[in-house]
Design a protein around this ligand. Structure first.
Ligand SMILES: C[S@@+](CC[C@H](N)C(=O)[O-])C[C@H]1O[C@@H](n2cnc3c(N)ncnc32)[C@H](O)[C@@H]1O
Length: 272
């Protein structure tokens, strides 16, 4: 995991950048702050390695001339189109019942934003310190957005490894309606159809994959399924369409889409 990273900022936002640095350092990331004259596309193209930058819109991850943040405001049109009927994730997670739900693999938080919009009370867990800090920033900005404020009021962010968090919930005998898992899946192992689509993979995902490298340290989340089954009436696992089952466990039910599917594991003994 990245433990040292450069942060580029123009003099105007230096104070803000120092605040982010302090937060990141409390989470184990050493930030090398660099004051630069102009933070623009040209600058980012000349500094292609993975870094952070700060501007009037807050904290960004940047690399290869691109920058990204978990842009929840950009999701608003999609949220407005979404309904319990049209979204497969809504059927899989039974969102019509307004469940309490732990999303144990937060990432950019887009799935959870949709689920909170459709009625779930979401606890969003992310272990990566940089990604978590980006999420925290995005959430606090969304709190001031007229459309998103009521949605994000249903989202709690937790900085933790989900394995630890799920074990803690089990020890406290806390049962939840749903645990949602969307662990990383090695791009090289995805099916042909998914590979063809890679050309269109949004830059957000490209940068996410740079931050969370596949080699050596990628944890595919098998242990999370086992732990989630101890505390959730329903565990939903998002997978590429033709991917192997998580933890080699055959699900009780599946919802199939064009690019991905949802595998469901029901724990009848936890349903009262
Ligand atoms: C594919 S992304 C999830 C994308 C997400 N569903 C979205 O809508 O943006 C997987 C994320 O899960 C996180 N993750 C994987 N294993 C984890 C664990 N044990 N605890 C906490 N976070 C984990 C990774 O750091 C990564 O950010």
């Amino acid at each position: 995991m990245v433990s040292e990273i450069r942060l580029f900022v123009e003099p105007e936002f230096q104070q803000k950048a120092q605040q982010y640095s302090a937060v990141l350092s409390s989470r184990g990331v050493m930030v090398n702050l660099e004051i630069i004259e102009k933070l623009n596309t040209r600058f980012l193209r000349f500094h292609p390695e993975l870094a952070l930058c700060v501007d009037e819109s807050g904290l960004w991850l940047c690399a290869n001339g691109m920058k990204m943040q978990p842009d929840w405001k950009a999701e608003v049109p999609r949220l407005k189109r979404a309904s319990l009927k049209s979204e497969m994730i809504a059927r899989a997670c039974n969102l019509g019942e307004k469940p309490n739900l732990i999303d144990a693999t937060a990432g950019l938080g887009h799935d959870s934003l949709l689920m909170a919009h459709l009625g779930a009370d979401v606890t969003l867990v992310e272990r990566h310190p940089i990604l978590f800090t980006l999420l925290e920033d995005t959430k606090s900005q969304a709190e001031h957005d007229p459309f998103l404020s009521s949605v994000v009021a249903r989202i709690d962010l937790i900085f933790s490894d989900s394995a630890d968090y799920l074990i803690q919930q089990a020890e406290q005998s806390n049962i939840v309606d749903v645990v949602y898992l969307d662990p990383m899946f090695p791009q090289r192992d995805q099916n042909q159809q998914a590979i063809k689509k890679q050309a269109q993979v949004k830059k957000q995902m490209q940068l996410l994959h740079m931050l969370l490298p596949e080699d050596g340290e990628m944890d595919l989340g098998d242990n999370l399924l086992i732990l989630a089954q101890k505390i959730a009436k329903r565990v939903i696992v998002k997978r590429p369409r033709l991917a192997v089952y998580l933890a080699s466990q055959e699900p009780n039910h599946q919802w199939q889409g064009d690019a991905c599917r949802f595998d469901a594991y029901f724990q009848q003994h936890l349903v009262k």
